[in-house]
Write a protein that binds this ligand. Structure first.
Ligand SMILES: NC(=O)c1ccc[n+]([C@@H]2O[C@H](COP(=O)([O-])OP(=O)(O)OC[C@H]3O[C@@H](n4cnc5c(N)ncnc54)[C@H](O)[C@@H]3O)[C@@H](O)[C@H]2O)c1
Length: 268
């Protein structure tokens, strides 16, 4: 299916690893040029690999979404390289690194960095990147949230709360940007094997007494069997497929929506 994204420019914030890398590759596979923004050392390397694999132009540039100035610098780099962009995806997020069930296991200060990156970082990207889309009178913004933002997930309350905030802010943005023909949606993955997901397992496993500790693979297998009706993990490519669809004209009447790519997790 040709989604008509060829030659367009997509900015994937947090695009160097995990789900973000899958989204960068999905845009490139559609012939879109991709700006990969991330804080990790492999940012440029990922951009180069995506370009080589798909024959598109890419830019890899360091960006810490928690810093407004860093996000501004990234936008200047993107415009310097491509002159314009049509799609912005915010994938970057962190967890607290602690097991927050019950929430009293956490200190109030454990919330600070998670909210700073996941909520205020997303706000920074929106403030810096939306005006260009408004000027163009077209384009899309997609926030990657989580099923954890829709249920009282008993793992990492600051993370879950921040993901709920992403959904709500996307709805605000969708209303504000609709008059400019800019569409805003949220995609919620269920369970994807990434370093973030492994951190959830590790924070749980570290608290277990000897004899109840599990390997990541065992823990993951049981989670999927018990919680996911389709009984399979989601892959970064599954999330990428939904994001490029939402960016395309085929989704031209879709805005302000929260779309779960979760194997049915939320309905269980
Ligand atoms: N893995 C899952 O099961 C799962 C489930 C639901 C939702 N999600 C969501 O998917 C998204 C991607 O998560 P993932 O599992 O691929 O995690 P990941 O840790 O593999 O990737 C996250 C990326 O964000 C980047 N990042 C972190 N802080 C940043 C910052 N301050 N500035 C710029 N980049 C930053 C990281 O360097 C990394 O490349 C997140 O928004 C997460 O909430 C993941």
């Amino acid at each position: 299916m040709d989604l008509g994204l060829q030659g367009q420019v997509a900015v994937v914030v947090g695009g160097a690893n995990g789900i973000g890398r899958g989204i960068s590759a999905a845009f490139a596979a559609e012939g879109a040029h991709v700006a990969v923004l991330d804080v990790t050392e492999n940012t440029v390397e990922t951009a180069v690999q995506v370009a080589e694999a798909h024959g598109v132009r890419t830019l890899g540039t360091l960006c810490d979404i928690a810093s407004f100035e860093s996000v501004e610098r990234s936008r200047d780099a993107v415009l310097g390289e491509f002159r314009s962009y049509a799609h912005v995806v915010v994938v970057a997020a962190i967890g607290s690194g602690k097991f927050g069930f019950p929430f009293l296991n956490l200190q109030p200060s454990d919330w600070d960095r998670v909210l700073q990156v996941n909520i205020l970082g997303t706000t920074n990207v929106a403030h810096v990147y939306a005006p260009h889309l408004m000027e163009r009178q077209c384009g899309t913004v997609t926030l990657i949230s989580s099923v954890a933002g829709q249920i009282g997930s008993q793992t990492d309350p600051p993370y879950s709360a921040s993901k709920a905030a992403n959904i709500n802010f996307a709805q605000c943005m969708a209303r504000d940007l609709a008059p400019h023909q800019v569409r805003v949606n949220t995609v919620c993955p269920g369970m994807v094997k990434t370093s973030l997901n492994e951190l959830v397992w590790k924070s749980w496993n570290d608290l277990q007494p000897e004899g109840r500790k599990r390997s990541y693979e065992d823990w993951a297998e049981e989670k999927v069997r018990n919680l996911v009706p389709l009984r399979r993990w989601q892959e970064p490519a599954d999330i990428g497929a939904m994001v490029v669809f939402l960016a395309s004209k085929r989704a031209q009447n879709v805005t302000g929506q929260t779309i779960n790519v979760d194997g049915g997790y939320v309905i269980k």
